[in-house]
Write a protein that binds this ligand. Structure first.
Ligand SMILES: [Zn+2]
Length: 291
């Protein structure tokens, strides 16, 4: 267990990070990996809940259940982080719009709503200014049946996501493929940025009817989804290692996208990247590269 470095966060100058301010699956994954360095195998010595609720109330028994519990493992499902304990209970957190964990914060912040201190003396604060996040306690052996998880599709980085799964889910559907990929019951945890980038990499128009996308095209899409997520997780991992902020915030990092946030800029093919609004969200794509 090593402490994070304390260099200033350096954001790539050309990254459209202002558009990408919400934690997505890669940010949750890197947050979980960052927290694991301080929590896995450790006992939680002290728990402070500093307000009654985030998006919904904190579990009334949160302090009682977590105090003295040992963290037996950490994980992620869709955009939820999982902290498994030896009390047969898992603390499930969602970062919402603005949530982040602060590692060893030097000063307390008024938005540090939940603070965990390990027996080894590490302090981890869940900070959420807008409070769209959530914290729940779920019996570990009941996680799959827990409300928000019960209807989730397969993990995009797991074995359940295959071209055949997508073909079956899209069969006869006239909705645009981009909308279908954002449907959490078809694939869990995919957000707007990653869908735009994966469709670009696999050469599929975002407005194509899902039911008309061929199996060969879906066979390009599945690895493209995995690549764009994996590259972002790798970038986030290096962010945590090399650029942890002085107050050790986890949860956000910048990556550079090929189409997302690049309206009017030249695609690699030379054509300008286009933007249009689909289901209330911006879609970025290249008319030349995506058919
Ligand atoms: Zn292009």
């Amino acid at each position: 267990m090593s402490s994070p470095t304390t260099q200033a966060l350096a954001l790539p100058r050309n990254a459209p990070y202002l558009l990408a301010t919400m934690p997505e699956l890669p940010e949750v994954e890197t947050t979980v990996r960052g927290l694991a360095r301080f929590l896995e195998g450790e006992r939680i010595a002290r728990v402070a809940v500093n307000r009654p609720d985030l998006r919904r109330p904190f579990p009334p028994d949160l302090v009682q259940v977590l105090t003295g519990a040992r963290v037996t493992g950490m994980g992620r499902r869709a955009k939820y982080g999982l902290i498994h304990t030896d009390r047969d209970t898992t603390m499930v957190f969602h970062l919402g719009m603005s949530g982040r964990w602060r590692i060893e914060p030097e000063v307390t912040d008024k938005h540090d709503h939940l603070v965990l201190e390990t027996a080894a003396g590490h302090v981890l604060a869940l900070n959420d200014a807008r409070r769209f996040g959530s914290v729940d306690l779920v019996a570990t052996d009941q996680l799959d049946a827990w409300g928000p998880f019960a209807k989730l599709g397969p993990e995009p980085l797991g074995e359940g996501l295959t071209p055949k799964h997508l073909r079956a889910a899209f069969a006869d559907r006239i909705a645009p493929i981009k909308q279908m990929l954002l449907d959490q019951t078809i694939v869990a945890g995919l957000g707007n940025i990653y869908v735009c980038e994966a469709l670009f990499r696999s050469g599929i128009r975002p407005d194509k009817e899902a039911g008309r996308v061929s199996l060969p095209a879906l066979s390009k899409l599945v690895p493209a989804i995995r690549e764009v997520l994996s590259e972002s997780i790798a970038a986030g991992g290096s962010t945590i290692r090399d650029y942890a902020q002085p107050n050790g915030e986890l949860g956000y990092f910048a990556a550079s996208w090929q189409v997302y946030g690049r309206e009017g800029e030249a695609c690699a093919c030379g054509a300008p990247v286009q933007r249009f609004v689909q289901g209330g969200r911006s879609t970025f794509w290249c008319r030349t590269c995506q058919k």
